[in-house]
Design a protein around this ligand. Structure first.
Ligand SMILES: CC(C)(COP(=O)(O)OP(=O)(O)OC[C@H]1O[C@@H](n2cnc3c(N)ncnc32)[C@H](O)[C@@H]1OP(=O)(O)O)[C@@H](O)C(=O)NCCC(=O)NCCS
Length: 171
């Protein structure tokens, strides 16, 4: 069974997230070019901070009780009613439809539960990941030189979806 659960502190789950974030297949898509700390205490502090935050909503993604990724609405602003979307799927389980299911669910939270008007995402141009976002979002434009990866600067491609577009899509 596919399900998303709000973040809670669990050593094994947090360890798994740290391993994915350090994986060479995931690092190109992350904000920081550095391998992040696997220190469990730091991970726990991070989880505690975000679970008490009113501007960040993180969810574990499970399939048959196995963690397959996480997704989040971050920088949630009730005025002017927008949030940024973040998602990471287990690199060993990519292209199995988990990302698609998770994004639909997360947009439901954003537009139906939180009542937001716009969800956006920043996708670095050093990967082909933008093809995934093009399935759901509209391309808004480019921000230059936002990612430094293996000695080169890469642009960001900005994508967004508005509430009325999500409801149209659901019809
Ligand atoms: C990008 C990501 C969120 C997509 O989630 P997912 O569960 O793998 O995506 P889905 O199976 O729902 O993919 C749906 C469609 O999006 C597109 N897509 C997804 N990931 C893609 C990728 N990396 N490159 C190009 N297109 C991609 C494809 O059209 C895919 O359909 P197809 O597999 O039938 O061709 C997820 O793979 C992820 O977090 N990866 C982390 C590492 C990463 O981004 N690597 C990419 C480096 S190129």
């Amino acid at each position: 069974m596919f399900e998303l659960k709000s973040f809670y502190t669990c050593d094994n789950l947090l360890r798994q997230l740290a391993l994915w974030r350090a994986d060479d297949r995931c690092r190109p898509v992350l904000l920081t070019p550095y391998v992040q700390s696997e220190d469990l205490e730091k991970q726990k502090k991070w989880a505690e901070r975000i679970t008490s935050s009113e501007s960040e909503f993180f969810f574990y993604i499970f399939d048959n009780n196995v963690l397959v990724g996480y997704c989040a609405l971050i920088k949630v602003k009730m005025v002017p009613s927008n949030a940024e979307l973040s998602i990471l799927i287990d690199p060993d389980k990519a292209r199995r439809g988990y990302g698609t299911k998770a994004i639909r669910w997360l947009l439901g939270v954003a537009f139906e539960e939180l009542g937001l008007n716009c969800v956006y995402s920043e996708v670095y141009a050093n990967t082909e990941r933008h093809k995934f976002f093009e399935k759901f979002f509209t391309f808004d434009g480019t921000i230059r030189a936002r990612k430094f990866w293996k000695g080169k600067f890469y642009d960001s491609r900005m994508y967004s979806i508005l509430k009325n577009e999500f409801f149209l899509d659901k019809l």
